[in-house]
Ligand binder design. Structure first.
Ligand code: VGL
Ligand code: ZN
Length: 197
């Protein structure tokens, strides 16, 4: 069984948003066509409390896009984004989300970020998505969304680690590309056996 996993197609990751990904809104019609063509669709939603530890504003003297050491490893700092209950955290208004069978929220613990839809950034705290998909009998995942080199890539790598067959549709993704992150994460995905199409 096969599912489409739509990652973080939210206002703050689209032009005009707090952490805008270039061309982020361009994927919406492409993602909508994929949603139509799949029998099963799952969405993720980046969902941070105000004052989240991944926000540069939570660290005195730090600027967005710097990296700091957190107890669980290096963490890139971001502008405040996808704050729970704000307009920026909502799905893009044109995203055809009604068909989704599950919306999984991530990044809701103040002290740890979660790029991956499967594990928080300590790479050990599960979100529950792996168990959900396995229990429902899904073995094949297609992933799309924002951003290619962060939440999509870490989700795809974890899904491979959990034994799923994973395809990333790059035409339905856009990247942040911070310090070569797109090339680095594309290589890591390919090495892990993610099909990039
Ligand atoms: C994301 C940075 C911070 C993403 C989420 O969805 O790729 N990136 N939070
Ligand atoms: Zn985030």
């Amino acid at each position: 069984m096969e599912a489409l996993v739509v990652i973080d197609v939210q206002n703050d990751f689209c032009p005009g948003g707090a952490l805008a990904v270039a061309g982020g809104d361009e994927i919406v019609p492409v993602v909508n066509r994929l949603i139509q063509s799949f029998d099963h669709v799952v969405l993720t939603q980046d969902w941070h409390p105000a004052g989240h530890s991944s926000f540069a504003s939570s660290h005195k003297g730090r600027e967005p896009f710097e990296t700091i050491a957190m107890p669980y490893g290096p963490q890139t700092l971001w502008p405040d984004h996808c704050v729970q209950g704000t307009a920026g955290a909502l799905f893009h208004p044109d995203l055809a989300w009604t068909k989704a069978e599950l919306v999984i929220r991530k990044g809701f613990r103040k002290g740890i970020d979660s790029y991956s839809a499967f594990y928080e950034n300590d790479h050990t705290t599960p979100t529950g998505l792996g168990g959900y998909l396995r229990e429902r009998g899904f073995s094949k995942l297609t992933m799309v969304g924002l951003a290619t080199d962060f939440c999509v890539a870490f989700s795809a790598l974890d899904a491979r680690r959990l034994g799923f067959d994973v395809t990333v549709r790059l035409d339905a993704c856009r990247a942040i590309d911070l310090g070569g992150s797109l090339a680095a994460m594309t290589d890591r995905m390919r090495e892990a056996g993610v099909k990039l199409v």
